[in-house]
Design a protein around this ligand. Structure first.
Ligand code: 3PG
Length: 213
């Protein structure tokens, strides 16, 4: 179990081959969904700040599922970072990068995976001390070929590609030396949440553990 001490971005990335990107519309889904993922071996959970219920969901998971490590996704502003930390998030993921978000996460004690899609964004994040980054949207912005090309100049940066990643194409990304894990929404399908099909979510999590890093 990961204790309450501060996490590093690398710890967030190294825990499992996949970080699930989760969209929750109902607070009642949060705890059983988190337990289902933990039962399948996935405990770093990114709950996106895309719904009015997201913060309450983060709070519920932080309080009631101590085996999980809950983070906030879609963190775009200083206020997002503060609210996520207040709700009990331990890490943050952002779709892009600004120094303000980087500083806000540091101030709030959140490990951050900043989102980047260009060389200049990587350089900005590195300038602020971030070397573990999310490549978003991975498939649309160049996929594994882009990461391979970045491996030259950005030899000291590690990535979590997210966006368009599936169980089928995840191995192409995970085979790259500069990829530590991938992110994806396929582990928590909207219809499984609606149906309360927690066993399906556990199985989807289990399936990802066969992915090799
Ligand atoms: C997102 O932020 O929506 C993630 O990148 C998830 O993308 P996916 O649905 O393609 O996995």
């Amino acid at each position: 179990m990961i204790t309450n001490s501060k996490l590093s971005s690398l710890q967030v990335m190294q825990d499992a081959p996949v970080i699930p990107v989760i969209v929750l519309n109902d607070v009642a889904h949060a705890v059983p969904m988190a337990r289902a993922l933990v039962a399948g071996g996935i405990r770093m959970l990114e709950v996106t700040l895309r719904t009015p219920q997201a913060l309450a969901c983060i709070e519920a998971i932080a309080k009631e599922v101590p085996e999980a490590v809950v983070g906030a996704g879609t963190v775009r502003t200083r206020a997002d970072a503060q609210a996520a930390a207040m709700a009990g998030a331990r890490f943050a993921v952002s779709p892009g990068y600004t120094s303000a978000v980087g500083q806000a996460c540091r101030d709030a004690g959140l490990a951050l995976l900043p989102g980047v899609a260009t060389g200049s964004e990587i350089m900005m994040a590195q300038e602020d001390g971030f070397t573990e980054l999310k490549f978003f949207p991975a498939l649309q912005a160049g996929g594994a070929a882009m990461l391979k090309a970045w491996g030259g100049p950005f030899f000291d940066v590690k990535f979590c590609p997210t966006g368009g990643v599936t169980l089928q194409n995840a191995p192409d990304f995970l085979a790259l030396p500069n990829v530590v894990c991938v992110g994806g929404s396929w582990l928590v399908p909207a219809d499984a949440l609606m149906q309360g099909d927690w066993a399906r979510i556990t199985q989807l999590a289990r399936d990802t553990l066969n992915l090799k890093k």
